[in-house]
Write a protein that binds this ligand. Structure first.
Ligand code: 8YV
Length: 321
């Protein structure tokens, strides 16, 4: 029987793909760090049965019209704002994502970013490596305490809860805002459900873990930053478009809030001439929330298993919806 065809939109480690090589004809874009150009992708999808894609690939009506045999789109991410789900369903294409396997790793990174920002780790690293450490002073690189402060988690999904567990270990007071109440988090973690306004007004650390939707588009805007404490630290590990970046730059410059830690940006990759990059109290990292060796390997396996499940008729492990 002819093998089903799969296209992968980035160069991936062959060893992880080896178990699937007998089952499928696997074609792959040749570059690890560059997305496949749109015109090439539109040609590649013509005769494939499964597409293994990334956040940087737009899966929209145009692409689906080019893909006559496509049965499954498998996204290497838990978020899926790059996929037009309605169009996929109209074309009979199942969309899948990678929840659960990345929860703890992404929460680790969120907490690392919070700690690095609060305790000025990046500035301190730069300070010592540029030979500025000549003397000791009582308030040299003094940051903000984390323990026993109030954390406000916007988006209490799996990753939000994993952050709350870490916060509990630090003796923090936990506030959260979400579309629905989370009784388990309230009981086990003593997390308190509050309105978005109350959360941003009371939290010392505001952490955005909310998916990007029309409702969350730029929820962190000028008005939101103005409601925050002057000592507030804003952390974003969700999507850049939940933030009005001009308003964030302004809030930092005018000391409306104290600092920010960002893993995600409105336009990625962000460039070094962006005003956010000029601010010492903004820690920026390049969308690496789930980027541990172990987790990325698990995510790739899950993407392949989802494709295999759909194409063999047993079903996807983690279909979206
Ligand atoms: C992606 C992410 O996996 O899962 C998500 O939604 O944002 C990341 O963990 C990563 O950007 C690769 O697409």
């Amino acid at each position: 029987m002819e093998k089903k065809r799969i296209y992968i939109t980035r160069k991936l480690n062959e060893a992880v793909l080896a178990p699937y090589a007998d089952l499928f004809e696997i074609r792959m874009w040749g570059k690890e760090e560059e997305p496949v150009p749109r015109d090439i992708l539109l040609k590649e999808v013509k005769d494939i049965d499964g597409l293994f894609c990334m956040l940087s690939d737009k899966i929209d009506e145009e692409l689906l019209q080019h893909a006559h045999n496509l049965k499954v789109v498998s996204n290497l991410a838990v978020g899926y704002d790059n996929i037009d789900l309605e169009a996929a369903s109209e074309h009979g294409v199942i969309a899948t994502n990678t929840p659960d396997v990345l929860t703890e790793t992404t929460a680790d990174l969120g907490f690392a970013l919070l700690m690095a920002t609060a305790r000025r780790i990046v500035e301190a690293n730069h300070y010592i490596k540029t030979n500025k450490w000549q003397n000791w002073a009582p308030f040299l690189l003094a940051g903000a305490d984390i323990h026993h402060k109030t954390i406000g988690i916007v988006g209490m999904g799996r990753i939000g809860e994993a952050i709350a567990r870490r916060a509990k270990g630090f003796g923090m007071n936990i506030l959260y805002h979400n579309r629905s109440r989370k009784p388990a988090a309230e009981e086990e973690l003593q997390a308190t459900y509050v309105s978005f306004e109350q959360l941003i007004g009371e939290a010392d650390f505001i952490v955005s873990v909310v998916p990007f939707t029309p409702e969350t588009n730029k929820i962190f805007n000028k008005a939101a930053f103005e409601k925050m404490k002057q000592t507030a630290i804003f952390i974003n590990i969700s999507r850049g478009a939940t933030v009005d970046e001009d308003a964030l730059v302004e809030a930092i410059r005018t000391k409306t809030i104290k600092a920010a830690g960002l893993d995600v940006f409105e336009v990625e990759p962000i460039t070094s001439d962006h005003p956010l990059m000029q601010l010492d109290n903004v820690v920026c990292i390049p969308h690496i929330g789930s980027a541990s060796e172990e987790t990325r390997t698990e995510m790739i396996r899950l993407c392949m298993d989802n494709i295999a499940g759909v194409l063999s008729g047993t079903g996807a492990k983690t279909a979206i919806r």
